[in-house]
Design a binder for this molecule. Structure first.
Ligand code: NAD
Ligand code: UDP
Length: 319
């Protein structure tokens, strides 16, 4: 994708800001919109004098129009369990009304469209690893449902605009991603553990730490998303790194990396916390020729400078 006029919602967030960088670096013009509810304008500060970049503070839950665009990337939504617990109704609204409003923009201008969906659509999965054909195991009334069901609604809305209005849509199911600009204080596991280790505090592991996650470095994720946006695939595609870690082993890896002798403290496991999560990425490999390149240790090393520079900001914990 190059020389296009592209709308990115959630542009001031962790992933949205990296996506803006990649699109600008490829020669596109980018209109970034964000309501700054969980994002940070500082994530885009290095682009403020870029003539091909324009940022507008917009809440996408209201209908909006930024003029003609060739492509829409819809990344706006609280994403961390701490954020969406705090912003429950807002999360439901951005996933429903917000997604419809962005689809209307794509429909109006006959633009391509890619929606940031999530592995959380699989809930606490009974199938492992998770292929895109698995329909998931989501508690529709639990505390995580404001996020999970909003994202599942979004997927249905995206497919409907494809089927009924012939919008050229794409759905990426993103698995846990980390790297520089991950919000330090949003309670996600990599930001919490890295910051705690750097501050010489005990690392908080929820439950007994045997639950698993599979961590993808941000540049790998963005490469997969750009490949999907250029493809002809309309059904969901998992993008993530299948290298699966227990949370306890991840905490130990971070202690080794930082060289801290601080201990691990165990805290209660949040309700409905998925027990295991690993993407089946065979579809992405087959359709997009994409594979992740950066493994956890290397990605953590590449993120260290960012976390070191920001470690003094206050932490938020889920339990
Ligand atoms: P983030 O919180 O850093 O970024 C989300 C951005 O959306 C923020 O800048 C926030 O201010 C903005 N936003 C929220 N509501 C909005 C609204 N109503 N109008 C305009 N802007 C709004 O989170 P992130 O990790 O960058 O996640 C980006 C997207 O990717 C989200 O849709 C998330 O669900 C999805 N995702 C992320 C991950 C991950 O591991 N990071 C995993 C799965 C899915
Ligand atoms: N977690 C943890 N300690 C923390 C933060 C999170 O043990 O300080 C656990 C959390 O319970 C979950 C996993 O790490 O099992 C990943 O949590 P995160 O909030 O990053 O994202 P999730 O994958 O649950 O959406």
């Amino acid at each position: 994708m190059n020389s296009k006029r592209i709308l990115v919602t959630g542009a001031a967030g962790f992933l949205g800001s990296h996506l803006c960088d990649a699109l600008l670096d490829a020669g596109n013009s980018v209109i970034g919109v964000d309501n700054l509810s969980t994002g940070n304008a500082a994530n885009l500060a290095h682009r403020q004098n870029e003539p091909r970049f324009d940022f507008t503070e917009i809440d996408i839950c209201q209908p909006f129009d930024v003029g003609e665009v060739d492509f829409v990337f819809n990344f706006a939504s609280p994403a961390s369990p701490v954020d969406y617990a705090r912003l429950g109704v807002e999360t439901l609204l951005v996933g429903s009304a917000g997604t419809i409003n962005t689809l209307e923009v794509a429909k109006k201008y006959q633009a391509g469209y890619l929606h940031a969906s999530t592995s959380e659509c699989y809930g606490d999965p009974e199938v492992h690893p998770q292929p895109e054909t698995y329909w998931g195991n989501v508690n529709p009334v639990g505390p995580r449902s404001v996020y999970d069901e909003a994202k599942r609604f979004s997927e249905a809305a995206v497919m409907a605009y494809h089927r009924y209005h012939h919008v050229n849509t794409h759905l990426v199911r993103i698995f846990n991603t980390y790297g520089p600009r991950l919000q330090i204080n949003d309670g996600r596991v990599i930001s919490n553990l890295m910051t705690q280790a750097l501050r010489g505090e005990p690392l908080t592991v929820y439950g007994d730490g045997t639950q698993t996650r599979s961590f993808c470095y941000v540049s790998d994720l963005i490469a997969g998303i750009l490949a999907l946006a250029d493809s002809n695939e309309h059904l969901p595609v998992n993008i993530g790194n299948p290298d699966e870690w227990t949370i306890l082993s991840c905490a130990e890896e971070i202690l080794k990396l930082i060289g801290s002798d601080k201990k691990i403290v165990f805290k209660p496991l949040p309700q409905d916390d998925p027990t295991r999560r690993r993407p089946d990425i065979s579809k992405a490999i087959r359709l997009l020729g994409w594979t992740p390149k950066i493994q956890l240790r290397q990605g953590l090393e590449m993120s260290l400078g960012y976390f070191r520079a920001n470690a003094e900001i206050g932490l938020v914990q889920n339990s």
